[in-house]
Ligand binder design. Structure first.
Ligand SMILES: NC(=O)c1ccc[n+]([C@@H]2O[C@H](COP(=O)([O-])OP(=O)(O)OC[C@H]3O[C@@H](n4cnc5c(N)ncnc54)[C@H](OP(=O)(O)O)[C@@H]3O)[C@@H](O)[C@H]2O)c1
Length: 267
C-alpha cells in the first residue's frame, strides 16, 4: 500500500494551514483530492492552484457529510478540521465547549463512521487523524499566546483514544490508521491571522514554530509507507519546544495565586 495504490483522498479543514498543505502534497502525489471546509473563497483559490475538488461543507452538517460519503469512495481520509479557544475552566463559555466537542471530536467520529466501513469492505484505505500534543500532555503556565483551553485538550485526547480503538475495530483489514500529533505550527488556529495569510510566517516573533508543510510531510510519510507498515502515531514538535514541567505550590504561593484570581474576578 502507498501513494501508488491510493486514488482518492478527503481532507477536512482544507481551506488553510495544515489541511491546505496536505491537499497540495497529496495532489502532487497524483491523488484526486476532495478539499472540505466552509470558506468557499479559500477553497476556490486552492482548487485553482492544485486542481482539488471543492467540498464547501461544515463538518457539523451531518446530512452533508452523509451525502459526501455516499457519493465517492475515499482511499485516504485526513481528519484535520479543528478549532481552538483560549480559556481556563474557571472562565470557559458554554458555547466554546460545545463548538470544540462538535468540530474537533464529534465530526471526526461521524466522518470516520461514514467512510471507514467502505474502506474495510474494499480492504484498502488509510485514516489519518490530526490530534495535538495537547491531547497527550497538560500544559503548565505559558505565555497567554500559547494557552489552549481544557476543552481543546479533552477533544484532542479523544482523537488519540479513537485512533487507538479504530485500529482495533479495523483489525484484520488492510485499512491503516495514523495519528499525527503536532506541537506548535504557524497557522491561524491560535488566533494568529498573519500566519493564515502568510504560510512562511513564524507563529509569534521570536518563537520558531513548525510550518504546515512539516506536518504534510509527516502525513505523506505515513501514507506512503509500505503495506506491511502502519505508522500508528507521529509526534512532531518544533526543535525549541519541549513538554515537561512539574509544579508544586507551597501554601504561601497557593494563597497568592488565589488572591490573584479573585483580584482578576473583581477587575
Ligand atoms: N497549528 C498548531 O499549532 C496545531 C497544533 C496541534 C494540532 N493542530 C491541529 O491541526 C488541525 C488543523 O489546524 P491548523 O493549525 O491548520 O489551523 P487552521 O489554519 O485554522 O485550519 C483549521 C481548518 O479547520 C477548518 N474548520 C474549522 N471549523 C470547521 C467546520 N465547522 N467545518 C469545516 N471545517 C472547519 C477551517 O476551515 P473553514 O474555516 O474554512 O471552515 C480550516 O481549514 C486542527 O485539528 C488543529 O487542532 C494544530
Amino acid at each position: 500500500m502507498g501513494f501508488s495504490d491510493y486514488r482518492t483522498a478527503l481532507v477536512t479543514g482544507a481551506s488553510s494551514g495544515i489541511g491546505a498543505a496536505t491537499v497540495r502534497r497529496l495532489r502532487a502525489e497524483g491523488l484526486e483530492v476532495h478539499a472540505l471546509a466552509r470558506d468557499a473563497r479559500r477553497l476556490a483559490s486552492l482548487s485553482a492552484e492544485t486542481g482539488c475538488r471543492i467540498c464547501e461543507v461544515d463538518v457539523n452538517d451531518l446530512a452533508a457529510l452523509t451525502r459526501l460519503a455516499g457519493a465517492a469512495e475515499f482511499d485516504v481520509l485526513v481528519n484535520n478540521a479543528g478549532q481552538s479557544r483560549r480559556s481556563n475552566i474557571l472562565d470557559t463559555a458554554a458555547d466554546d465547549v460545545d463548538t470544540l466537542v462538535d468540530v474537533n471530536l464529534s465530526a471526526v467520529l461521524h466522518l470516520t463512521r461514514l467512510i471507514a466501513p467502505g474502506m474495510a469492505r474494499r480492504n484498502r484505505g488509510h485514516v489519518v487523524n490530526v490530534s495535538s500534543i495537547a491531547g497527550h500532555y497538560a500544559f503548565g503556565e505559558n505565555t497567554t499566546t500559547f494557552n489552549s483551553s481544557v476543552a481543546y485538550h479533552a477533544t484532542k485526547a479523544g482523537i488519540h483514544s479513537l485512533s487507538q480503538q479504530l485500529r482495533v475495530d479495523l483489525y484484520g483489514t488492510c485499512v491503516r490508521v495514523t495519528e499525527i500529533s503536532p506541537g506548535r505550527v504557524a497557522t491561524s488556529i491560535f488566533q494568529n491571522q498573519d500566519a493564515a495569510d502568510n504560510p512562511d510566517a513564524r507563529f509569534v516573533g521570536g518563537f520558531e514554530t513548525l510550518l504546515s508543510d512539516d506536518i504534510a510531510d509527516a502525513i505523506a510519510f505515513a501514507v506512503r509507507a509500505s503495506a506491511r507498515m502502519n505508522v500508528a502515531m507521529i509526534e512532531v514538535v518544533p526543535t525549541f519546544q519541549v513538554v515537561g514541567e512539574l509544579r508544586f505550590a507551597s501554601r504561601t504561593q497557593a494563597a497568592h495565586l488565589k488572591d490573584m484570581r479573585s483580584g482578576a474576578d473583581n477587575a
